[in-house]
Design a protein around this ligand. Structure first.
Ligand SMILES: *Cc1c(COP(=O)(O)O)cnc(C)c1O
Length: 410
């Protein structure tokens, strides 16, 4: 019997999606006007307890806008993670600012201790600004990514950012629904702790609008300015006056219709992801050579992506990906380091150690919100078989087709 294909991460559209989209089409409000856009913005702001939310075309445009709103210019340095999806960093380059790459800690998110060390040892304070000594440029902001839905160490990062006057942009594109349960940020959602936060609704994220994004902030001025910049910086609706260069980053009513229906199901999706995480964890716990990575203590993670660490004497990462693929299971290696990608090879990297190790050892396992317990079992059984058959004995290189497929963006 042919085994069914298990994809890595696919949309789940069985709620009110068709209803709302149909209503948008029937009322002929399909573009950037229409009631769903406002409704979706309010619904997201309510859900994460943010004062304001501005919808946009995708997470990337959201991060670009957040950097502009923060006042980052082409004279500035922005601290960014080395180990994440490249869309967290490209907007820094759009502005012409200089990214400096930071290491991760064992949560895969930015290591606060290295950020602190960088600010203390590599920078000096002049005229109230933090200046990187080698370039003489102002260090203006830091982009913190909550990798795979796992909360970064925001307590430490906010402390350090406060001490050195850095603006914090949370790339929470993978982390809508993640929040602190304990500590000084108890009840605070990923994306709402820094100065600005950004969500993505790409097809592979936990909820999707096809493509889409949202900027959130508690700072009313930031919210107003984000709306302005994403709508062509139009300062008069009738006479079309523009006081600066803006962008057409608006979300459409069709996207927002999908988003509203998806948001209604977010908690249900998270519940499934958390249950499946536990199933993976229990099964993997007694397969030698593998470890399922956990999330920060004291947080409720949305468990967007599961991270399998391969490298405790078992089969290596590429063997795992190849073997799963041969059995019609899609998995994916964690991203390569962004500072190793062609556009960023000349950029400064600061003490990258852990990111380089994790980069070579982590595999993402199927995690869709409609993944069944039987499918989780099939995947873990394969890992078991692979270990039993002896590591590294499956011939052939890991090919691109093994890992390419549906919606692999983030
Ligand atoms: C998905 C993702 C983005 C970009 O979001 P898009 O909506 O695809 O533009 C940015 N950063 C990270 C970490 C992501 O995973």
């Amino acid at each position: 019997m042919e085994e069914t294909f298990i994809p890595l991460s696919v949309p789940n559209l069985k709620g009110n999606e068709l209803n709302y989209v149909t209503r948008a089409v029937e009322t002929e409000w399909v573009s950037t006007g229409g009631p769903y856009v406002d409704e979706f913005e309010h619904a997201v702001a309510d859900y994460v307890h943010a004062k304001g939310a501005v919808s946009c075309q995708n997470g990337t445009s959201g991060i670009h806008t957040a950097l502009l709103v923060s006042g980052v210019t082409s004279d500035d340095v922005v601290l960014v993670p080395a180990l994440t999806f490249i869309a967290a960093v490209n907007p820094v380059a759009y502005i012409g600012a200089e990214p400096v790459f930071m290491d991760c800690d064992d949560s895969l998110c930015m290591d606060p201790e290295k950020v602190e060390r960088f600010c203390r040892e590599e920078c000096e304070t002049a005229d109230g600004h933090l200046i990187e000594k080698t370039s003489g440029r102002r260090v203006k902001a830091v982009v913190v990514v909550h990798v795979f839905g796992n909360m970064a160490d925001m307590e430490r990062l906010m402390q350090i950012a406060g001490k050195y006057g850095l603006t914090v942009i949370e790339d929470a594109t993978e982390a809508i629904g993640t929040f602190y349960e304990e500590g000084i940020y108890a009840g605070k959602y990923a994306g709402t702790i820094g100065d600005l936060g950004v969500y993505s609704f790409n097809g592979n994220k936990i909820i999707t609008t096809g493509g889409g994004g949202m900027i959130v902030s508690d700072n009313g001025e930031y919210v107003k300015r984000a709306k302005h910049l994403t709508t062509q910086a139009k300062s008069d609706e009738l006479y079309y006056t523009h006081d600066e260069i803006g962008y057409n980053y608006r979300m459409t009513n069709l996207q927002a219709a999908l988003g509203l229906a998806q948001l209604e199901q977010l908690e249900a999706f998270i519940a499934v992801k958390r249950e499946n995480y536990e199933r993976y964890r229990e099964a993997v716990a007694d397969i030698p050579g593998f470890r399922l990575m956990d999330v920060r203590e004291g947080t409720r993670s949305n468990r967007w992506f599961y991270a399998l660490y391969c490298g405790e004497g078992g089969p290596d990462r590429d063997t795992v990906i190849r073997y799963l693929s041969q059995h019609r299971v899609q998995s994916r290696p964690i991203w390569g380091l962004i500072c190793d990608q062609k556009p960023y090879r000349k950029a400064r990297r600061y003490q990258i150690e852990k990111a380089a190790d994790y980069q070579g050892h982590v595999v993402n396992l199927p995690c869709s919100s409609n993944l069944t317990p039987e499918e989780v079992c099939r995947v873990t059984e394969m890992l078991r078989q692979l270990t039993a058959s002896g590591a590294g004995q499956i011939p052939g290189e890991c090919s691109r087709s093994d890992v390419a497929g549906a919606e692999n963006g983030g």
